[in-house]
Design a protein around this ligand. Structure first.
Ligand code: SF4
Length: 376
């Protein structure tokens, strides 16, 4: 069982971001919010009959968890330390952004029990950072990475490719500047245009264009450059030094149950007779009000076996492990052969001798279209 905590606060809103987030209205809202999270944890553990010893990871995402004040993050982590045995967790991770913490706060993260931090950098070029609505410079991002590393945290750095007007030269320079920081893991995300974001309308009007050939070049460049430096390409968007993969994220891709707390957070729990998906209200004020009345009302959807298996195929195909043959019962044989014939996938044997369908080369970049083809 994985534990995800959604912190909805950001100091500035990026126009490409589709997550539920907003600027905090006041310090008091942050403090009421962290109290609400602890109340929700107790309530949901009881409601679902969970055993706290079954939690394997604790992950703070968002939003920007590093924006929480020292008092708020301390209250929250002390609250979880009373409820969970941190020594038994495989990973305690926090998402961070430059300009939301300094050296002292990074040390506080480590002192409170975090062992891994993910830092959103996105680009090392001023024009690209401005386009993405980021409010930090490349130098501030480098400084922030050094604070996390000095505090002893495993550090994941995020970059984005596929921006309009981005060149292969600027992408190469961002990759080089990132690896000079010597992160333990790296995420390279392709810019997408989600419906509920400010970028969506200009994209629909043709004002924000992408170039498929260049996108392939960005992806291949990251793949060959990072793997040549010893980073394993362990998921479509993720690279890590051996032993530094995100345990929490791997858990999602492997189809483990997860409990999500906070506004908009999603949970998927195997309740014996099937998988149930819960989704919390997407409003921080409504969420705090629910906590005050001890009455959380996430929406509930029972997933059919077939839907769950399709999700599992889609997630596992994104990993370097691939998906085991026995889980491909729902998939048309010819569709599998098509992607093998086109050079996008192959059968690989794992250590247990079972055969897994794995993507290779351009297949890794085309994963979403490939999953659609397999599920037709
Ligand atoms: S990308 Fe990160 S910092 Fe930007 S709005 Fe989204 S959650 Fe906040």
């Amino acid at each position: 069982m994985l534990l995800y905590i959604h912190i909805p606060f950001c100091h500035k809103i990026c126009p490409y971001c589709s997550f539920y987030k907003h600027q905090p209205s006041a310090q008091a809202q942050m403090l009421a919010f962290v109290d609400a999270l602890l109340i929700e944890f107790d309530r949901r553990v009881e409601q679902h009959g969970l055993n706290v010893a079954d939690f394997e990871t604790l992950y703070f995402g968002g939003g920007t968890p590093s924006l929480l004040s020292a008092k708020a993050i301390t209250t929250l982590m002390e609250g979880f330390a009373e409820r969970l045995d941190f020594a038994q967790l495989g990973e305690i991770s926090i998402e961070t952004n430059p300009r939301t913490f300094d050296a002292a706060k990074a040390q506080l993260f480590a002192d409170l029990g975090f062992g891994r931090a993910s830092l959103g950098i996105q680009s090392f070029h001023a024009k690209e950072l401005a386009f993405l609505g980021r409010d930090h410079s490349a130098d501030e991002a480098k400084q922030a990475a050094s604070y996390l590393q000095a505090a002893g945290l495993k550090t994941n750095l995020d970059l984005i490719f596929g921006l309009p007007n981005q060149s292969l030269a600027s992408w190469e320079s961002s990759l080089e500047q990132m690896t000079e920081l010597n992160p333990t893991s790296i995420s390279c995300y392709h810019l997408t245009y989600e419906q509920n974001t400010p970028f969506y309308e200009p994209r629909q009007k043709g004002l924000l264009r992408s170039n498929e050939i260049l996108d392939e070049g960005f992806f291949s460049m990251a793949d060959s450059y990072l793997t040549s430096l010893g980073y394993d390409h362990y998921e479509t968007s993720n690279y890590a030094k051996p032993g530094c993969e995100s345990i929490h994220n791997k858990g999602y891709w492997e189809g483990k149950d997860y409990l999500g707390l906070g506004p908009s957070a999603v949970s998927t729990i195997n309740e014996g007779d099937g998988f149930v998906r819960y989704e919390n209200v997407s409003s921080t004020d409504a969420y705090i009000a629910q906590a005050e009345s001890r009455d959380f009302t996430p929406t509930k959807e029972v997933l059919g076996r077939k839907d769950w298996e399709i999700e599992r195929i889609a997630l596992m195909l994104r990993t370097n492990t691939g998906i085991a043959k026995q889980h491909l019962g729902q998939v048309n044989r010819q569709a599998i052969q098509d992607i093998i014939d086109q050079g996008y996938a192959y059968w690989r044997s794992d250590e247990q001798g079972s055969e897994n369908l794995s993507l290779k080369g351009q297949g890794k970049l085309l994963v979403d279209g490939i999953v659609e083809h397999l599920m037709r």
